[in-house]
Design a protein around this ligand. Structure first.
Ligand code: DX5
Ligand code: ZN
Length: 221
């Protein structure tokens, strides 16, 4: 099992003060910055691109930037994000014509590669690529918006992916994204996740440090 990572999703941050928001959440104990990229095509919402990632790096952000690509097609934008300072890049298999090639492309750019499974995506998409991945990202809501409720059937899926990662013997992270809160994070960790994305639960709270500490405590107890 990997160390615990808490990755606040900046989708719920105040975009008018993004640099300051990221500085504050990292100072409050965030391990990674989760960066949601939506294209109004693969998902019905439009967010931010490589320019914003680069701006955060220029602003002085040194924490890992965990880019979650909800864009289709996906390959063209990957080198741009690598150049912009992404450390981790995850994509949805439906958005890539050649999943294995996209994984290799991410790694060739010097980034860690993740594959994202929507709530209804079966696990067999992992069959021939799991060992090439650095991370599996399980969506616990349908992608496109922050602030949705955690879909409970995901817990069973986390257990199944945990078993597959353990059987592989590889250091592959299991990240869960969507509706993660202080009151359900312990169950998500118990099912086998080690990397936790939380947007509204962290940025919707007045005290980032307190909520991150509460989440970390719940995971470790
Ligand atoms: C949804 C995004 C999530 C989202 C999580 O498509 O991938 O990262 O911002 O937000 P919360 O934690 O509010 O569900
Ligand atoms: Zn995300």
């Amino acid at each position: 099992m990997q160390s615990t990572v808490i990755a606040p999703s900046i989708l719920s941050a105040d975009f008018a003060r993004l640099g300051e928001e990221v500085d504050n959440v990292v100072a409050a104990g965030a391990d990674w910055v989760h960066f949601d990229v939506m294209d109004n095509h693969y998902v019905p919402n439009l967010t931010i691109g490589p320019l914003v990632c680069e701006a955060l790096r220029k602003h002085g952000v040194t924490a890992p930037i965990d880019v979650h690509l909800m864009v289709e097609p996906v390959d063209r934008i990957i080198p741009d994000f690598a150049r912009a300072g992404a450390t981790d890049i995850s994509f949805h298999p439906e958005a890539s014509r050649h999943v294995h090639r996209t994984i290799q492309l991410i790694r060739a750019q010097g980034c860690r590669a993740g594959l994202v499974l929507n709530p209804a995506t079966p696990l067999d998409v992992l069959d021939y690529v799991l060992e090439d991945l650095d991370m599996v990202l399980l969506m616990s809501v349908n992608p496109g918006f922050g602030g949705q409720s955690f879909i409970d059937a995901t817990l069973r899926k986390i257990e199944q992916v945990r078993a597959r990662i353990d059987a592989s013997g590889k250091a592959i992270r299991l990240e869960v994204d969507g509706g993660v809160k202080p009151d359900n994070i312990a169950a998500i960790a118990k099912a086998g996740a080690d990397t936790f994305v939380a947007g509204s639960a962290i940025f919707g709270h007045a005290d980032y440090r307190a909520v991150i500490a509460q989440m970390r405590e719940a995971v470790s107890s």
